[in-house]
Design a binder for this molecule. Structure first.
Ligand code: CP
Length: 302
């Protein structure tokens, strides 16, 4: 691996290797050292988990980081192009982690720069490091990635974490139950992608009907920032809500877990948090080990 841009680029072997490396980092069998390296975190869009877990991952491995959190204090405000910005930053650092509103931005940077690039989210397209931590969380809680029943709930149209996750799990014989409002269904260019020919998608309207079948429920926020029309957002923003009452009344499997990439808005009520099924904060913690594994792999520090 030279870059991490899209889950479409990662083979099953790449995925399993990264998961194993992350597990070895978590249990301290591996302690990569990047003390001679500097990472740039260029975040053109807001972030809490991704930016801080990448920054922490660099620091846990004794590396250094520089961060652009939004464009307000950078020369992007003076009109500097994306191309000029990343070419300049690449003169100072060993790896660049990029979040952009523009689909394809990280891919473009990987094509013009001689250092590793990591896509930390590009518009509605991909969020591969989130998917890697999602896979790590699923494997940790289910003991396997194979033959699971997974519900995808919420904004399947604009949610880049969903678009990445279906490609990541496609290697492992998954059945997806998709639950979304009419205008937020999974895009056809993904559902009908020949690369996903072996993936089973079952559309559902009722969460109560499928909860007893599920190993994992992956819930997403309706992506307000991607809507051109705020009225359209208002119509769908409260379409689904996961409550403690809903979950406990449906007799979930013992191993059932609720995942969410976070941030949440209305879609999971806080009374779900104490349930043994709620796993979203541990999921965010797992991002640290996965991001250490990704950086150490790309920098040849294993
Ligand atoms: N899951 C995720 O990408 O969260 P942030 O937007 O806070 O980084």
């Amino acid at each position: 691996m030279e870059h991490v841009i899209s889950m479409r680029d990662l083979s099953q072997a790449d995925i399993l290797q990264l998961l194993q490396t992350a597990a070895q980092i978590e249990n301290k069998e591996l302690q990569p050292d990047i003390s001679d390296k500097v990472a740039a975190l260029l975040f053109y869009e807001p972030s809490t988990r991704t930016v801080f877990s990448f920054d922490t991952a660099v620091k846990r491995m004794n590396g250094k980081s520089i961060i652009m959190a939004g464009t307000e204090a950078s020369s992007v405000k003076k009109g500097e192009s994306f191309s000029d910005t990343v070419q300049t930053v690449s003169q100072y650092v060993d790896i660049i982690i990029i979040r952009s509103i523009l689909e394809g931005a990280a891919r473009y940077a990987s094509e013009i720069l001689p250092i590793p690039i990591v896509n930390a989210g590009d518009g509605s397209n991909q969020h591969p490091t989130q998917t890697m931590l999602d896979l790590y969380s699923i494997k940790k809680t289910q003991g396997t990635l194979s033959n699971l029943n997974i519900a995808l709930v919420g904004d399947l149209r604009f949610g880049r974490t969903i678009h990445s996750l279906v490609y990541g799990l496609a290697h492992f014989g998954v059945t997806f139950y998709t639950v979304a409002p009419k205008h937020l269904k999974l895009p056809l260019y993904i559902k009908n992608d020949p690369a996903l020919a072996n993936v089973k998608f079952i559309e559902c309207d009722s969460l109560a009907e499928i909860i007893p079948l599920l190993d994992v429920m992956y819930v997403t926020r309706v992506q307000k920032e991607r809507f051109a029309d705020p009225v359209e957002y208002d119509l769908v923003k409260n379409s689904y809500q996961i409550t403690s009452q809903l979950i406990t009344s449906c007799n979930p499997k013992e191993n059932f877990k609720i995942l969410h990439p976070l941030p949440r808005v209305h879609e999971i009520t806080v009374d779900v948090d104490p349930l043994p099924y709620a796993y979203y904060f541990q999921q965010a913690k797992n991002g640290l080990y996965i991001r250490q594994a990704i950086i150490a792999t790309l920098l040849g520090a294993l």
